[in-house]
Design a protein around this ligand. Structure first.
Ligand SMILES: [Zn+2]
Length: 433
């Protein structure tokens, strides 16, 4: 009786408040899928129906089974249907395409917020219903965008946000290349730390302030003036301080790391994932595999920078560092895939135009993945990397109804994901029939 009575009270209250009635009144949608990609099992199932009730997936069933009465039918029988895509490395608020050192100083925070809203909409319409947004120059602009999307003020993907970069001063996540007598506003220096103690302080400030995870800069960067991709910036001690402090909050840490030493420092320190991984060696690959550390390698945008960046007159230094890392990164990626390192999809959107996020999919096949593995990296694996596999990443009962469709047999040509025909986020159709 002790066990039963609270339950009885609850069911009585729920029915008195009409909660049961509300749940039953939620709209039911039946999506008829010609080909449904089951990313958990790695197979394509012909002629399936995804039943969506309200914001969630209720059930997936063969098209031969009867559909409940009153369901609204969406016919995607000529399409390949996949779970909403996930990009684990975006910068929705920033536009780095201009890539000048002082670019973050050229727009006000208010204008930057509106620019971010445009990028969020473009990303969602491209079929990316979730992103892990890995840094903005002005602290918490990303959190504001995330909240505006959740409140329905702005149309965009679900966002996990970093708040800003945790970085050494003059390092990869600082604004460098400006005159030494120019003082940056505090909101652009909120992630700067130069000791393990300062790292812990920054991690607390960011997580208390609303960040979902921590992005820490373990090495120099391609697109930060003066810094060197191969050079470690934070050491293992500072990186471990970030991991342990974030763990108190149940939060993960991802490390920006190009050079092999920086990658290994970060992996030994216990990070969740490595961003870029451009100059990794065999030992780094072995360590990542051993510890189940995800590789998030942006293997498309090197081509964009080499052609468009050069045409647009980006600094010679950026173009040179891009040339020094692009091919090395792709060969490292190939080895990591062969070694069985877990791979999560991440593109560095913002370096190239937002909304082109799917352009990296065919590159991943070119450098060693099967088409199914590439799609898994951008769905279920990306969800696991963020720690959101309980809510997104596959079309399983109880998960958010985030659904994307492409005409024809999408696995035969992954470039077709650049032309998604249908996007649903949380049971709401944002593009398509
Ligand atoms: Zn980035």
């Amino acid at each position: 009786m002790r066990v039963r009575s609270p339950w009885c009270v609850w069911t009585f209250l729920a029915s008195a408040l009409g909660l049961g009635v509300t749940a039953r009144a939620e709209p039911l949608i039946a999506i008829r899928a010609g080909r449904l990609v089951d990313v958990e099992r790695g197979v394509v199932r012909p002629d399936q129906v995804v039943l969506v009730r309200g914001e969630k997936v209720e059930r997936v069933q063969p098209a031969s089974e009867p559909v409940p009465e009153g369901a609204r039918l969406i016919d995607l029988s000529r399409h390949t249907v996949v779970p909403g895509l996930i990009d684990c490395h975006t910068h929705l608020v920033d536009q780095m395409q201009s890539a000048g050192a002082a670019a973050p100083l050229e727009t006000s925070a208010a204008r930057q917020a509106f620019i971010g809203a445009r990028h969020a909409r473009l990303t969602l319409l491209a079929g990316f219903t979730t992103v892990r947004d890995v840094g903005t120059w002005r602290v918490f602009l990303d959190a504001a965008l995330r909240d505006a999307i959740e409140e329905g003020v702005v149309s965009g993907p679900r966002m996990a946000v970093a708040g800003t970069y945790v970085t050494t001063s003059s390092g990869a996540g600082d604004i460098t290349g400006i005159a030494p007598d120019v003082v940056l506003p505090l909101e652009m220096r909120a992630g700067i730390a130069n000791s393990a103690d300062e790292v812990r302080k920054r991690v607390r400030e960011l997580l208390n302030g609303g960040a979902d995870f921590i992005k820490i800069m373990a090495t120099g960067a391609v697109l930060t003036r003066g810094t060197r991709p191969g050079v470690p910036e934070f050491g293992e001690e500072e990186l471990r301080a970030a991991v342990l402090e974030a763990a108190k909050y149940g939060a993960k840490v991802t490390a920006h790391a190009h050079g092999a030493e920086g990658i290994k420092n970060a992996v030994r320190a216990g990070v969740q994932s490595i961003e870029h991984g451009s100059l990794m060696d065999d030992e780094a690959i072995r360590l990542m595999k051993e510890r189940g550390v995800y590789l998030v390698a942006d293997i498309y945008n090197g081509d964009y920078i080499a052609s468009e960046g050069r045409r647009a007159g980006w600094p010679e230094e950026y173009l040179r560092k891009n040339d020094e890392t692009t091919e090395a990164q792709r060969q490292g990626f190939r080895k990591a895939v062969a070694a069985g390192v877990p791979i999560a999809y991440g593109t560095d959107a913002g370096v190239y135009p937002h909304g082109d996020n799917a352009k990296q999919l065919p590159y991943m096949v070119r450098y060693g993945m099967t088409p199914m593995q590439a799609i898994q990296s951008a769905t279920i694996e990306a969800a696991r990397n963020i720690g959101w596999e309980d809510r997104v990443g596959s079309l399983a009962p109880g998960k958010h109804a985030d659904v994307v469709a492409v005409e024809g047999d999408a696995l035969a040509d992954l470039s077709s994901f650049g032309r998604v025909a249908f996007v649903m986020k949380g049971g709401v159709v944002v593009k398509g029939p």
